[in-house]
Design a protein around this ligand. Structure first.
Ligand SMILES: *Cc1c(COP(=O)(O)O)cnc(C)c1O
Length: 216
């Protein structure tokens, strides 16, 4: 009951926007994911490849899996057959490997490019010039599609800092969204987690990745 109530509250907070909820299920056991599934929710986010794959194997096959955490090139092959969206692409080399593995499975894998917006040094992501460089050099990759950008705000109580970081991602998105090619069509912005998803929605997010507020 609490689970359903929490999800409904988040959905209400997102209503009136284009923002879609990804339920972040990392560290939760398979039984809990099954419970969420049985309530009718099928879009799950995980941050570790091994955990994602074992949950994929254990659960119904109509679940849409999103990888939201750092991805190493040598692990792409494990998720290539089924992943819906990779949020955390932050290098040309990684994209090249995703393209190669997607081709093996005769798929096109949707990707977001992760941009560095936070003040913390620990956060992964591309700078603006690196982002533009990648967008200009991927025409040969036929089995990927770049559908948007992802960013993580600084982990702080200061809402203005967070809001400004989200604004900077939205501004960057607006700058590059007109780049349209066979494999680039930027429509999505993935920003916002349990503590800041309402701010993210207000600043133009289209995917919020929410874990602890769902399972509270
Ligand atoms: C864990 C995680 C989330 C969800 O965080 P909560 O604070 O639990 O909502 C979102 N995005 C990424 C990349 C994560 O690793």
């Amino acid at each position: 009951m609490q689970l359903q109530k929490n999800i409904k509250t988040i959905e209400e907070n997102l209503s009136g926007s284009d923002c879609k909820l990804i339920i972040v299920t990392k560290t939760r056991p398979v039984e809990v994911l099954q419970e969420v599934y049985d309530l009718g929710y099928k879009t799950f986010g995980e941050n570790r490849v091994q955990e994602l794959v074992s949950k994929y194997e254990a659960l119904p096959k109509d679940i849409e899996w999103h990888l939201i955490g750092h991805l190493q090139s040598n692990k792409v092959k494990y998720i290539a057959p089924f992943i819906s969206l990779i949020h955390s692409v932050e290098s040309f080399e990684l994209l090249k490997e995703i393209d190669k593995q997607a081709l093996k499975h005769n798929r096109i894998i949707n990707c977001l490019l992760q941009v560095y917006i936070a003040k913390e040094e620990t956060k992964f992501g591309l700078s603006e010039p690196e982002l533009v460089e990648i967008l200009n050099n991927i025409t040969s990759f036929k089995n990927i599609k770049i559908v948007g950008l992802m960013g993580m705000a600084t982990n702080t109580e200061n809402q203005e800092t967070v809001r400004n970081e989200f604004k900077s991602l939205k501004n960057l998105f607006d700058k590059v969204k007109n780049i349209k090619t066979e494999n680039i069509d930027l429509t999505e912005i993935s920003m916002g987690m349990s503590n800041d998803y309402i701010i993210a929605k207000e600043e133009g997010s289209t995917f919020v990745r929410v874990g602890s507020a769902v399972f509270a």
